[in-house]
Design a binder for this molecule. Structure first.
Ligand SMILES: [Zn+2]
Length: 391
């Protein structure tokens, strides 16, 4: 397979030959031969936080391997070549069921196996306080329990790769050490923790702040507070939801400057309700509302967001607009950085790189990351390649 597109990192036209799922040859092309509408080409996006889609949460007793496969394949159309199904706080029975359904989908379907780079367990070890717990049901928020975690990991066939938890439990540092030693990326989120508790969690091996600036109290002391503490902690990467609703543009800009792009990961945090029309819904035992502007909120509490509804490409274009970073920097936040966190190699444009690629256009008004084609596993899995003119 051969293609010509504009390289996301150099801005120059590039010719690529792909073979056996890898980039076999890459050549930068003269600019003048390709004036006009070449799409961009970049590594396929990697989304480490996806709660479901189209009315189906992963954290659900209704989840089936078939539904997992449908949601997984949906990612092809978004230029996302790998993702982490994310289960939010629920009862043990519900989590074990959801994890088992995902494991069976991975075992029985090669496409799902290709797309699912691990499972993200967001909860249930969260502090039950209103505000930080967001839409995680209070009755299922609980203290960290290593034996329970092992049983969940077993249900998942060992696929839990990220665990988000609150660090303020007394037993959190010991729990985090064990999880980190077992190869799980421990992330901090939905917290009310002190600077000391955050430091102890990071000393124990926590590596990421989950959706920094969301899942937080509506009011905080000006300082100290856990936002400054996490921003100042250079050992923590941070994930951000830059969908245009979860963080104001100014906050995104400040977070990017303070944390530096090298420590940032973009996530969609797609809700299982994403893709449904405006209205009231019950999701994971919670009354949730989709507003006309696309925001997902707890019913009757418009300030409390309950999830997101835009695919990861939206974060790429928004972080460029809000923080003034270039395309290469924004793409790295949504591909190489999350891949690295998971110990994986994402797609790339050099010989030998995995041919996991997205071809896209960036539109300004309204801002849109418009996918023309997605290449994965050695073939076009969505859209079509632009007509190729032999050299
Ligand atoms: Zn969350």
């Amino acid at each position: 397979m051969e293609l010509v597109a504009r390289a996301y990192d150099t801005g120059r036209p590039i010719w690529l030959r792909l073979q056996d799922g890898r980039v076999a040859e890459a050549r930068t092309m003269p600019e003048e031969r390709h004036a006009g509408a070449l799409p961009w080409v970049a590594p396929g996006l990697v989304d480490i936080q996806v709660n479901g889609y189209g009315g189906q949460e992963f954290s659900s007793l209704d989840l089936t391997p078939e539904r997992v496969a449908e949601i997984a394949r949906q990612h092809d159309a978004w230029g996302v070549t790998a993702f982490c199904p994310t289960l939010t706080t629920q009862s043990f029975a519900c989590l074990a069921h959801g994890l088992g359904a995902i494991a069976r989908a991975c075992e029985s379907d090669r496409e799902v196996q290709r797309l699912v780079w691990g499972i993200h367990l967001e909860g249930p070890y969260f502090c039950p306080e209103d505000g930080p717990r967001g839409a995680h049901p209070r009755e299922h928020c609980r203290r960290p329990d290593w034996d329970e975690f092992l049983r969940l990991q077993e249900a998942a066939g060992g696929r839990i790769r990220i665990l988000t938890m609150s660090p303020e439990f007394e037993e959190a540092p010991a729990f985090i050490s064990r999880a980190a030693a077992a190869g799980v990326v421990v992330a901090l989120g939905h917290m009310g923790a002190t600077a000391e508790q955050i430091r102890a969690a990071v000393d124990a091996g926590a590596r990421l702040s989950t959706h920094l600036g969301n899942g937080a109290h509506r009011m905080l002391p000006r300082h100290p507070n856990y936002l400054w503490d996490q921003l100042a902690e250079d050992r923590l990467l941070a994930s951000l939801i830059v969908d245009g609703h979860h963080l104001p543009p100014e906050v995104v800009k400040v977070f990017v400057r303070a944390k530096t792009p090298e420590r940032l990961v973009l996530v969609s945090d797609l809700s299982g309700l994403a893709g449904l029309p405006p209205g009231r819904y019950t999701s994971s035992g919670c009354e949730v509302e989709i507003l006309d502007d696309g925001r997902l909120v707890l019913a009757g509490q418009q300030q409390l967001l309950a999830g997101a509804s835009r695919p990861l490409g939206m974060g790429v274009i928004n972080v460029m607009r809000y923080a003034g970073v270039d395309l290469a920097t924004a793409i790295a936040m949504a591909s190489a950085r999350p891949a690295c966190l998971l110990g994986r190699r994402c797609g790339g444009l050099r010989p030998g790189d995995p041919a996991e690629l997205v071809l896209f256009d960036l539109r300004e008004n309204p801002p849109e990351f418009s996918v023309r084609a997605t290449i994965a596993g050695g073939r076009v899995v969505a859209g079509s390649l632009p007509a190729y003119q032999p050299l």
